[in-house]
Design a protein around this ligand. Structure first.
Ligand code: GCO
Ligand code: MN
Ligand code: MN
Length: 404
């Protein structure tokens, strides 16, 4: 069954490849192990996952090197596994838009990878990353994610945190050069997380990453991969982080899921917590507000980095996957209706002032003089209500499905 030939149900919220939904092999493949309990589901073969995801209407699948090729596999084993996987992708019309390296499971990475104190560990991390980059490119990946899961500390005196930053820069510059040297058309996307599995992880948020990128030798090759759960764990607004990345042209990838604030990394089904945040995120990614100053929308894959509850069997996993995609599409439809609503448009229409705006746009001695001379009645401006209660309630009513 080729994905393109699969008959769509006709339900407007059922996903189709054109929606560009992707899942990691490790997401639907998550066996439900947690720090307190053993796996509750059997391992699924990568080719089987590809088939089932295609059946659900996904566009593609992403992977860590070791999700596909076991750690320490021989070259012959690698060839056999990769060959079989490519055939499954081809058979089901699925693509691999993103790949990444597992730099956290093997005990060698107990003190991190690129920031580890032992040069042997850093060397091993670079070698493993170059191999995994080759694998990703062979499978057609255009984006390569770096998530520094174990790049952090509990005993913070073990290294100067500035050294961790510098070592990470060295590694990114090294790998950018490697990609250029190979002539690969690959971009890097850096994924931040504040903690877990380490007590504190370096570059805790998307904002930290955005600045770090400006210090690299090839900043144009590197962007970010923000994750809902990670920004929420840090108590931050995912929407604001993503907006800043988009505005900087740095949203190269995204990890969609859901998370309750103040918890461990829950990786819940997209939209299953904080529906308002999820609505605003979809609205931003889809560009339904239509601000002409910015590119219309995010064009990359809509990737779900989440997994089914531990209560689920395999059927529950596919229910989970469909749920992520359906909720995204439902929120998109709600966002379109919201931004078309004349009452909403009236409330968010920007006030313009033809005399004042040009004076604000750019500093010059002349502009500053004219600005200073321009009378502004602060009390009169302050008195005016802004109607945000009404606006937010309208958003709630669209979100809850009673309007539009
Ligand atoms: C996590 C991370 C990972 C990464 C993945 C890809 O908290 O475990 O979100 O799922 O996204 O390793 O780099
Ligand atoms: Mn995560
Ligand atoms: Mn992630």
């Amino acid at each position: 069954m080729k994905n393109g030939k699969k008959k769509h149900s006709g339900d407007p919220f059922d996903p189709a490849p054109a929606d560009k939904f992707t899942f990691g092999l490790w997401t639907v493949g998550n066996p439900g192990r947690d720090p307190f309990g053993e796996p509750v589901r059997a391992r699924m073969e990568p080719s089987y996952i590809v088939q089932q995801l295609a059946e659900c209407g996904a566009y593609g699948v992403n992977l860590h090197d070791n999700d596909l090729v076991p750690f320490g596999a021989s070259a012959a084993e690698r060839e056999r596994i990769v060959g079989g996987f490519k055939a499954a992708l081809e058979d089901h019309g699925m693509v691999v838009p993103m790949a990444t390296t597992n730099l956290f499971s093997h005990p060698i990475f107990k003190d991190g990878a690129f920031s580890a104190n032992d040069p042997k560990v850093r060397a091993f991390a670079l070698k493993k990353s170059m191999d995994a980059i080759d694998l990703g490119v062979e499978l057609g990946a255009e984006t390569y994610v770096f998530w520094g899961g174990r790049e952090g500390t509990e005993a913070d005196a073990c290294r100067d945190p500035r050294t961790a930053v510098a070592r990470t820069r060295e590694a990114m510059d090294y790998l950018c050069e490697y990609v250029r040297d190979q002539g690969y058309a690959l971009r890097f996307a850096l994924e931040a997380k504040p903690n877990e599995p380490r007590g504190d992880i370096y570059f805790a948020t998307t904002g930290h990453m955005l600045h770090f990128i400006t210090t690299l030798a090839h900043p144009e090759m590197v962007g970010v991969n923000p994750e809902v759960a990670h920004e929420t764990m840090a108590g931050l607004s995912m929407v604001h982080g993503v907006a800043q990345a988009m505005e900087a042209g740095k949203l190269f990838h995204i990890d969609l899921n859901a998370q309750k604030i103040g918890r461990y990394d829950q990786d819940l089904r997209f939209g299953s917590e904080d529906q308002k945040g999820a609505f605003l995120l979809v609205r931003l990614l889809e560009g339904t507000a239509g601000d002409a100053r910015y590119p219309a929308r995010y064009e990359g894959p809509r990737h779900f980095d989440a997994h089914a509850y531990r209560s689920e069997d395999e059927q529950g996993v596919w229910d989970f996957a469909r749920g992520c995609m359906r909720t995204y599409k439902i929120l998109k439809a709600r966002a379109v209706a919201f931004d078309r609503d004349p009452e909403v448009r009236g409330l968010i229409a920007e006030r313009t002032d033809r005399e004042l705006e040009p004076l604000l746009a750019r500093y010059s001695k002349k502009n500053a003089k004219a600005l200073r001379a321009h009378p502004i009645d602060a009390d009169a401006v302050a008195k005016k209500g802004l109607g945000y209660e009404k606006l937010d309630q309208l958003m709630m009513e669209h979100l809850l499905g009673v309007r539009g």
